[in-house]
Design a protein around this ligand. Structure first.
Ligand code: NAP
Ligand code: MG
Length: 477
């Protein structure tokens, strides 16, 4: 095996324009939050990046009241074509400040700069552009002749795609004429607060967007607030269920984007080299912290040994380390708690008798890292086949017939995404029609486009984000 040595190619951390302190954004201003300030950490070094003011429950009330005022006096009554101008402006500034946002995201989250630069930030900006285009065309969306906004939206998002998830919530809410109160994750609040700064720079009317950093209790206070008309949540299935219980019977609308345990199905007629790339991207992109990650490889038995061998050889070439290095493929695990969870679930794989293979790539001496890992000989009953690990760990199962592939793919409480690799279009379609997943990719994986709806079945949640259908969740149509 060739041992390529790369010179370090670090992006400069100074581009992030990191501030020592950040504060909640309420009613168009950065304010001192009433909550206990938190310290956000760079997971690649475990050093504190900044102190961040958090919201108290009184701040939640103030933000919801400001959002209500904005909905009634400025944003709600504003013609769609006028709203669009603000959203276009925000989209443009996100694109202009892309480099700063990408470095800040990699610092706060631990993801490789290659991904924050080429995926997170451009996709966030694309989502804003796409929805800006809808703002004056809602009556042509096929959702009724005069669709109305819902009012005030409360949104709570996770740490794996901090800016992108913020854009996924803010763009459709604003395009449809709603106002929003957004809580970023405790461990990754920074880019959402820069998005607030960008909104202010774009002269978005006060109260239309409010960003309240804090932990789960702030999320719970937002969700409980009776001044909301809708809640949009992305996060774990457990918290999603709790939110659904809180909202039951209140008449407030809800969409849930939750966890997943996607099958990536490789048939024996698949182009194997491409399939290897797709499987690697499916599970090691963003350290596997991806709700739609292809965490269960289902490979046809006749090629299982050959494919696993190819896979190991490819994974050996992945470079794990400094997220700001442009050559890094796999960055840091976002938090100590998440790293512990990955370690525990991988240990369960060992205990239940799966065979662990680990890349021999060197890990940095400090910071939160986990090496790319593959479990083979996985049975459907094992925890590594059933539970979402949310880390760089792939479970390999085998199948003999297409029927068995479909049965195994569907043997999960989740239903967010799936991948199919085959040379035959008819086989791809046959399989796609039978796999219960919101998104099915064929001979590719992890494709995201603002025109394409995304969302789950079963314990992966309900409601769709993106595309024409995604507007439905933000309109009284
Ligand atoms: P999580 O614990 O559910 O957290 C998500 C958000 O909810 C965070 O902002 C969290 O605050 C907040 N929160 C925690 N407890 C809450 C409560 N009782 N009420 C209201 N809000 C509360 O999820 P996570 O572990 O951070 O994120 C990973 C999960 O998100 C995975 O399961 C993944 O599959 C899922 N995810 C799904 C999608 C999708 O589109 N389907 C996309 C990305 C991620 P803290 O930050 O303080 O915990
Ligand atoms: Mg952080």
């Amino acid at each position: 095996m060739v041992d390529w040595t790369y010179a370090p190619a670090p992006e400069s951390a100074a581009i992030a324009n990191l501030q020592p302190t950040y504060r909640p954004f309420v009613d168009g201003k950065f304010v001192d939050g009433g909550g206990e300030p938190l310290k956000t950490v760079n997971p690649a070094t475990e050093e504190v990046l900044a102190e961040v003011g958090t919201a108290s429950s009184a701040d939640v009330d103030t933000a919801v009241a400001a959002a209500r005022r904005a909905f009634e006096t400025t944003w709600g009554p504003m013609p769609g074509a006028e709203r669009a101008k603000y959203i276009y402006r925000i989209a443009r500034i996100v694109a202009e400040r892309a480099r700063e946002l990408a470095v800040l995201e990699s610092l706060d989250n631990g993801k490789p700069i290659r991904e924050s630069r080429d995926v997170d930030v451009p996709t966030a900006s694309a989502h804003l552009f796409h929805h800006a285009g809808w703002a004056d065309k809602l009556e042509y969306a096929g959702l009724g002749p005069a669709p109305k906004p819902l009012g005030v939206v409360g949104s709570v998002i996770p740490w794996n795609f901090p800016l992108l998830m913020a854009a996924w919530k803010v763009a459709p809410a604003l395009a449809c004429g709603n106002t929003i109160v957004l809580k970023p994750a405790e461990t990754t609040p920074l880019t959402a607060l820069v998005l607030a700064e960008i909104a202010a720079e774009a002269e978005l009317p006060p109260g239309v967007l409010n960003v309240l950093p804090g932990a789960g209790d702030v999320g719970a206070a937002i969700v409980r607030n009776t001044g909301l008309n809708k809640v949009a949540f992305t996060g774990s299935t457990d918290v999603g269920k709790e939110i659904q219980r809180t909202l039951a019977g209140t008449g407030r609308r809800l969409t849930l984007e939750l966890g997943g345990k996607a099958a990536n199905i490789v048939y024996d007629d698949a182009p194997l080299d491409q399939a290897v790339e797709g499987v690697v991207d499916g599970i090691f992109f963003n350290q596997g912290h991806v709700c739609c990650a292809g965490s269960r490889l289902l490979v046809q038995e006749s090629i299982a040994d050959e494919f696993t061998e190819l896979l190991h050889r490819r994974i050996e070439t992945l470079r794990v380390g400094d997220p700001l290095d442009k050559n890094t493929d796999v960055g840091a695990i976002n938090s100590r708690a998440q790293l512990d969870r990955i370690v525990d679930l991988a240990a369960a794989g060992d205990e239940e008798g799966a065979q662990r293979w680990t890349s021999s790539c060197p890990l940095p001496e400090r910071g939160l890292f986990f090496p790319p890992t593959v479990f083979s000989g996985v049975e459907q009953t094992m925890r590594v086949a059933r539970e979402e690990i949310f880390g760089p760990v792939l479970s390999v199962l085998t199948f003999r017939t297409p029927e068995e592939a479909v049965a195994k793919a569907n043997n999960t409480p989740y239903g967010l995404s799936a991948g199919i690799w085959t040379d035959k279009g008819s086989k791809a379609l046959w399989t796609a029609q039978r796999v219960r997943a919101g998104v099915v990719w064929t001979n590719t994986f992890n494709r995201f486009d603002p025109t394409s709806p995304f969302g789950g079945y079963r314990e992966s949640g309900f409601g769709r984000e993106g595309g024409r259908i995604g507007l439905e969740a933000y309109l009284d149509a």
